[in-house]
Design a binder for this molecule. Structure first.
Ligand code: UGA
Length: 435
């Protein structure tokens, strides 16, 4: 059993700290946000992440997990300090490192015993060395022994707990192989393949993985656009491609494209890193452009089907950037809603978890209590996020409630033939028009 301090209680920090406690380690999750820590101490969840609340509760009760704002107490006797703070995009696309820097300085100020510092935040390649320099510089007199290990996370929002418990691999990068091995030991019970590299390579593996996944989605979305012009069905194309073991079936779902707190920020940051070093990231640029165009093209489809957006009422099902999360960061739905409003339409919407946050971003959205209320009086209905509860709706009821008959299935979850036969004008993404 190791003693771990996890700095940052966002998705990554909270899931990482909680799961480490669940596999037997002694964990303190630390944050400088007092209200967040108070909330956690009272057993209230600051984020919606399926399964997390229960695991937190169990481990707090077992005495393995605690929450604190106090660096001195949290780091006291800790074998490992995990940095899991946010690295939002700054204006030029570079990752904003102020929170990582603050965390490194705070560790340095309170360091009184040997420790391994593990970086979980997604940081520009080279940050591990930079963190080590910050700590070294601030402790120039008498630095306790420390090492920096990069341990990128591959957790998906909505399934983060099970992703932590069943990793495809654990990547560790360090100039100190002994320290990397000690971090590997923390994961021992998970029996995952472990890969140990140098610091920069581990940091790069994270960016390359996210960029590749984003590229797969943009690739299939480009195929969807081509399918539409040729009358082919992208769902079958993806299935046929995915049966090739070299390609595989995941991340080939055409739709409104990728959003969230990771892909947009990481692809942009990687392109920026490449640009500033004179390497021209042509593919990454195309991956981002295609993703942006998916949103514009959804608006164009609605405009075309309705003749004009002006004065139209449009219903939107789903606001979070993907199902099973309340996260709306860079959600395709919100971009599309902004464009619809700019075009003169009104928008009403429902989401199981993300309504208040969306309303705070775009006050003009009319919030509804359920999907049927969203359909009430609308000229068109857009499915933006494929929550399970939207998969089998009573479409007769939807039809009766709607003023118009246009459906844009932005995630290809409904049966186009059924809806066509019921009298809807159905549009999907890369799906041929039903006959
Ligand atoms: C992503 C990665 O999948 C994780 O491995 C990584 O750890 C995480 O970013 C991160 O860097 O922290 P996440 O953003 O939670 O995880 O969500 P994904 O499930 O990867 O989905 C990203 C976006 O792609 C969503 O908007 C989703 O709707 C979209 N998507 C996904 C598609 O449009 N098509 C697909 O086939 C798959």
């Amino acid at each position: 059993m190791a003693k771990i301090c996890v700095i940052g209680t966002g998705y990554v920090g909270l899931v990482t700290g909680t799961c480490f406690s669940d596999i037997g380690h002694q964990v303190v999750c630390l944050d400088i946000d007092e209200s967040r820590i108070k909330q956690l101490q009272k057993g209230q969840m600051p984020i919606y992440e399926p399964g997390l609340e229960q695991v937190i509760e169990q481990n707090v009760r077992a005495g393995r997990l605690a929450f604190s704002t106090n660096y001195r107490e949290s780091l006291s006797g800790a074998d490992f300090a995990f940095i899991a703070v946010g690295t939002p995009s700054s204006d030029d696309g570079d990752a904003d490192m102020q929170y990582v820097k603050k965390a490194a300085i705070s560790i340095a100020e309170h360091l009184d015993h040997p420790i391994i510092i593990v970086n979980k935040s997604t940081v520009p390649v080279g940050t591990g060395d930079w963190v080590a320099e910050i700590i070294q510089d601030l402790n120039s007199q008498d630095v306790p022994e420390f090492s920096v290990v990069s341990n990128p996370e591959f957790l998906r929002e909505g399934s983060a707990v099970s992703d932590f418990m069943n990793p495809d691999r654990v990547v560790l990068g360090s100039t100190d192989p002994e320290a990397a091995q000690k971090v590997a030991d923390l994961y021992e019970t998970l029996r995952a393949p472990i890969m140990i590299t140098d610091l920069r390579t581990a940091e790069m593996i994270k960016y390359a993985s996210n960029a590749f996944l984003a590229a797969r989605i943009s690739f299939i979305n480009e195929m969807a656009t081509i399918c539409e012009s040729l009358g082919a069905d992208v769902r079958q194309v993806a299935k046929g491609m995915g049966m090739d073991k070299r390609i595989g079936p995941s991340f080939l779902e055409a739709g409104l494209g990728w959003g969230g707190s990771c892909f947009p920020k990481d692809v942009k940051a990687l392109a920026h890193m490449a640009d500033t070093r004179g390497a021209h990231p042509q593919l990454l640029q195309a991956v981002m452009d295609i993703n942006h165009n998916q949103r514009i093209s959804a608006v164009k489809k609605l405009e075309q089907a309705l003749g004009s957006l002006r004065g139209r009422l449009i219903g939107v099902l789903g606001l979070s950037f993907k199902p099973n999360t309340d996260d709306i960061r860079d959600a395709p739905s919100l971009d599309i809603i902004r464009m619809l409003l700019d075009g003169g339409a009104e928008v009403q919407a429902f989401d199981p978890q993300a309504m208040a946050a969306s309303k705070a971003e775009i006050p003009q959205i009319i919030l509804c209590d359920n999907p049927y209320a969203v359909a009430e009086g609308v000229d068109a209905l857009l499915l933006a996020t494929e929550w399970n509860e939207f998969k089998s709706l009573d479409f007769q009821r939807i039809k009766n409630n709607m003023r118009g008959d246009v459906i844009l299935d932005g995630r290809n979850i409904w049966d186009e033939q059924d809806l066509h036969e019921m009298g809807f004008t159905y549009m999907g993404i890369g799906v041929p028009e039903p006959k």
